[in-house]
Design a protein around this ligand. Sequence first.
Ligand SMILES: *Cc1c(COP(=O)(O)O)cnc(C)c1O
Length: 478
Amino acid sequence: MQNLFRLLPSVDKFLQAFATHKELAWISQPMQREKINQFLDLCRQEIRDQVITDPEELAWEKLVTRAASFVCSQSRPHFRRVLNGTGVVVHTNLGRSILADSAVEAVSDACRYYSNLEFNLATGKRGIRYAHVEDLLCRLTGAEAALVVNNNAAAVLLILDTWAKGREAIVSRGELVEIGGSFRIPEVMAKSGAILKEVGATNRTHVRDYENAINENTAVLMRVHTSNYRIIGFHKAVSQEELVALGHKHDLPVIEDMGSGNLFDFSAYGMMPEPTVQQTVAAGLDVISFSGDKLLGGPQAGIIVGRKKYIDPIKTNQLNRALRIDKMTLAALEATLRLYLDPELARTHVPTLSMITADASFLKAKAQRMKQRLKRRFSDRLDLTLVPSVSRVGGGAFPEQDLATTLVGIKGRDWSADELKNAFLATNPPLVGRIEDDWFCLDPRTLDSRHMGLVIEALQEAFEGLGKDGLKDKEYKK
Ligand SMILES: *Cc1c(COP(=O)(O)O)cnc(C)c1O
């Protein structure tokens, strides 16, 4: 055993060898040193445990390869891509929307080069950040003016801070929602300094409830899209048109937090009716806010559109400076919005839209192909099946909408569904799926066919119970 210990090379010898290794070039020297030491500790442990007994296993060529993949896998960035096999398209925990290719390129250019972010190329003088998207947003929604901030929560805060600080905002009790991730309408309102005036009952609110609540301290009438839940049964909400009529009668701005805020009409794809931003603008709402990365399928952003006389003071609010959007977001948003100028182009090129509108027979054929490929590779270790099921839109949108799909169900002969699930979380990239009736399931809706190779590699990796560094799984995870 002592002789085996003596065969272990020095840290410096590894460092020297890694100096010309292209995958390791981006890992700092101190980090490499730390990981090599950990690797050597593991080797010593394997010698003590008599996992390594043959000096051949400590041959330099063998060891340096193992050490390199150990250092690589242990120095991976914390923030990484994952494969989404859940079928939830706007998966908040997995980064909501993924971007269209043209948006990705726009972000890359915005980062790599100087830009006209706040520079007017016609005059050679200072320009306005929002100019890049304001016209597009107006054209797409029919609104008079627009601006964009960090996210929709920021948009709601900024709108209320501008129009209702220290005064009353009237909201229906049925709309005081909480959105996942700690966004609660009453709390955001409190932060803005607006005084929440609740009206109606949880299930029913009438126009007269709003009207009776209006007084000299009323600043706005507010609607909130109850994105993530539905009241069914004995239920009454005031329509956009009714509220607009009331607001305008009393010269009060009527604002709406639309949540997802889709520019695309999904009803042609057999989905439940959801008002589009265009329809909401046409209904006469004065200020409307929505997210950039939910149904729109763009980057994280809070988009505010509406009548110029109400939008202008929002633009000049000092708070706006603290909530402003960055150049990468702006680049991605403009590229995404440009696709919407042709709705069919948007549907085929904005991944969120193409995944939501993917039809059941297409998904079934895709699932069959996935199953075949997996079967060819893993039939000795895996049972595979197709499971008719449903996917979800996610992001609090269309909460009750079932999207028909076909899942590929996987059962390992020696693995429980939970063990499979955990093994896939440790692969590179990790593969996130869902468990249905003891099958670990992958939904083809959110898995790009071009990434099937990666799914197969992930399966291979998980099934071997080995990390790519060749260390046994339990050691790998320590
Ligand atoms: C999602 C949502 C928000 C928060 O939007 P972010 O862009 O995540 O800040 C606010 N209001 C409603 C109704 C929502 O659905």
